[in-house]
Design a protein around this ligand. Structure first.
Ligand code: GAL
Length: 345
């Protein structure tokens, strides 16, 4: 009787402890560590992008669950998980994220669909179109062998979705793999994508509704094999953080700058500093969040891919610091940090 009572008390205490820990607030960014959402589950939003809308941040990413496989026909390391969809999380403070569900869902019953589990959906990015009042998502839409090299587009009336998938195409009839979107201050949007077999980057200007390229594009970083582009603007100049092209394996990051988005880009070099900076801390760029662009406060977001267990891939979010005197940008390694580390040095 006494034993039963003690066990009951222990079980009540354990349940209470779990509930408390599930609701525990994150107060520090801890790159590479498991990052829990407000329900206590690991955040699952890889190759992602952040959209700020009406006081809330939305994080969209590849929702990777289940086994990682290397297809039997693979001639390279195209480790993959089945397509499940694109997840959406919301947050007010960039630290505590609420899972909003799948903004774009897989389509298991149509083997022809780009969203069929057997395909590949990567690097989702969402932007808001003030004219049409629609949220527009672009993804890298792929076949399992990465031969399709296309962009897929989906739209929604609300940030959380559900997004309606419109279809895929090759922008300006060119291959399109790793990609990102950028909206300039005048509302014009651009897609940056690794094209020409990942060797050259294309900057495609989009139509006013953001659903298609408008036909104007430029080839930049010709033959330099840049991937994982993340674009931001600071003091009237455009910056692009990117990786080299080594699949899921890390390489050295690079920052480039341009006076005009479709103009000439100048390579600035590797902005990462500290331990493992030559390997981007074992991460790969995916997005730069302008927390307060005017004040030079940015967060650089990287994926830490685990190629043999992609579902356990993590995140490396770090302050991108702008030196007060020289204007030089750097991304120093920090095992843990908080918002005050974003301030200019
Ligand atoms: C990387 C790319 C990832 C994914 C991977 C597949 O280069 O950045 O998004 O496509 O290759 O191996």
């Amino acid at each position: 009787m006494k034993f039963k009572f003690i066990m009951a008390v222990v079980s009540v205490l354990l349940t209470a402890a779990t509930t408390v820990s599930a609701q525990q607030k994150n107060d520090t960014f801890r790159p590479k560590e498991i990052w829990k959402d407000t329900e206590g589950n690991a955040i699952n939003a890889h190759g992602g992008g952040i959209m700020y809308h009406k006081g809330t941040y939305y994080w969209y990413g590849e929702y990777k669950v289940g086994k990682t496989v290397l297809p039997s026909w693979a001639t390279w390391e195209c480790y993959r998980t089945d397509v499940t969809g694109v997840s959406c999380y919301s947050s007010k403070d960039l630290l505590n994220w609420k899972f909003e569900g799948l903004a774009l869902k897989a389509v298991p019953d149509d083997p022809e669909s780009d969203l069929h589990p057997s395909k590949v959906i990567e690097r989702p990015k969402v932007i808001y179109n003030a004219k049409t009042k629609k949220f527009v998502m672009w993804v890298h839409a792929e076949s399992a062998d990465y031969g399709m090299a296309a962009a897929g587009v989906a739209v929604s009336d609300t940030p959380e979705g559900p997004f309606e998938y419109i279809g895929s195409f090759r922008p300006n009839d060119s291959m399109s793999r790793d990609q990102t979107l950028f909206v300039d201050d005048d509302g014009t949007a651009y897609q940056f994508s690794s094209s020409e077999n990942n060797q050259t980057l294309h900057i495609n200007r989009l139509t006013d509704d953001y659903l298609k390229p408008d036909g104007t594009f430029v080839r930049r970083f010709i033959g330099l094999a840049r991937e994982a582009p993340a674009v931001f603007k600071y003091k009237g100049k455009y910056y692009m953080l990117s990786s080299g092209c080594t699949g899921w394996d890390p390489n050295q990051a690079e920052l480039a700058v341009a006076d005009s988005i479709m103009g000439e880009w100048t390579i600035l070099g590797n902005p990462c500093t500290g331990v493992d900076a030559d390997k981007t801390f074992y991460g790969q760029s995916t997005y730069v969040i302008p927390v307060n662009a005017k004040k030079g406060e940015f967060i650089a977001c990287f994926d830490l891919w685990k190629k043999k267990d992609l579902a356990d891939s993590r995140y490396i979010w770090l302050p991108l610091q702008v030196d007060k005197k020289t204007g030089k940008m750097s991304i120093p390694w920090m095992a843990s940090w908080n918002m005050k580390d974003l301030k200019k040095k």
